[in-house]
Design a protein around this ligand. Sequence first.
Ligand code: SAJ
Length: 433
Amino acid sequence: MNKLISIIGLGSVGLVSAVVFASKGYKVVGVDNDVDKVRAVNNGRCYLSEPGLDVLLRDVVSKGFLRATTDVLEAVKESDAVVIAVPTPVRDGIADLSYLRDALESVRRGLHRGLLVVIESTIPPGTTAGFAKSLLEESGLRVEEDFYLVHVPERIAPGRAVEELLNMPRVVGGVGLRSTEKAVELYSRVNPKLLTTDATTAEFVKLAENTYRDLNIAYANLLAVLAEKLGIDVYEAIRLANTHQRVHIHMPGAGVGGSCLTKDPYMLISVDPDFWGSELVKVARRINDYMPIHTVEIVEKALREAGLEINSARITVLGAAYKGGVSDTRESPSKHIVGELIKKGSKVIVYDPYTSETFGGERSLSLEDAVKDSDAIVIVTDHPEFKNIDLDVIGRIMRHKIIIDGRRVIEPYQAVKHGFRYYGVGFGRAYRL
Ligand code: SAJ
């Protein structure tokens, strides 16, 4: 009953899974080469900011349900199940599976009868039933007979990781029925909503989800650029279009960041990159990658229309994180925006209540300090704190009252009422004094 699970890779997915499995009564060993992470876990210290995770981690470590080690072989040998949650970065459109290969090689060395091997890392379709299966069978043991192999794609978004791990339906895809059954047995104690399929379908589903989101956002961003040309407000247009019961257009903005939407679409089309239809996915990626560039173009326009020079402007960037409410800055649009503004000679102040990252800008510890004497504010991240900005207060301490809103955090009419020149992604109306 009390199975022992090894989790290989203590990044965000691995750490959250390790803690949640342990909280459900499994004995869990977290494995990572990073000694700082291993030490942190063993000291009950949480290095990820996820609601509820720190308390849960302290609890499971103090009760002896979770420990961490750098010794992968020892962990695999004594485990009933191994969960692989290592990064699978995409470089130049091609998935780098070297971390996965290393993990699988360690598993192969410790492989024993009855072991369930789970890959949670996001991977190109066919990887589990092809590459992973053949590598593990080099041990001489046979999948479905001696050991079990399954893909259970992670489905947790930063900021809601624990909650989504427990409640979001989970796809479980084995290379055969026995593997699927074993995985269902393991995961059902954590999450009752399990959907079974084969391994390749599970890989495909994960990529299909994130690519759908990327395409939908790209479409919203295309509409934003067109709306600006037409002199209308894209947010109003999308709100009205979405009143149609079968339409659900996502939100445009200053760009698409994070480690998933920026890479998963490339993994999907790696199945047949030469098929002309794969261009759909590439064009969507290009549109989304263009949005931070476009945001800088809007900043330049706003300054120009106010008679200011970009090379002597003091600009406050609100947000370094890739999305609202999280500290994660991976692939954040803010990186391009801050870097470009600095390159153009602006003095850039960055304020983000969730992270100390500034991408080379000067860090400010409070909103007031950040906007003091500023010529313009650029809102890049939709942190909840930014929605309550007191326009009267900041208007009094700014040098020029200009807002470039990349996430529709400020209501344009309110900004104008408070004497601001308001610009925004997808906002084509001329609301300025
Ligand atoms: N964004 C927009 N417009 C929108 C929604 C998001 O511009 O309407 C931007 C955000 O600002 C952000 C980026 O897109 O920069 C991605 O944010 P997200 O919230 O869409 O996605 P992630 O990367 O935080 O999490 C996604 C989730 N996938 C889906 O919602 C299909 C999550 O369930 C996955 O587990 C995660 O990717 C993952 O790890 O794959």
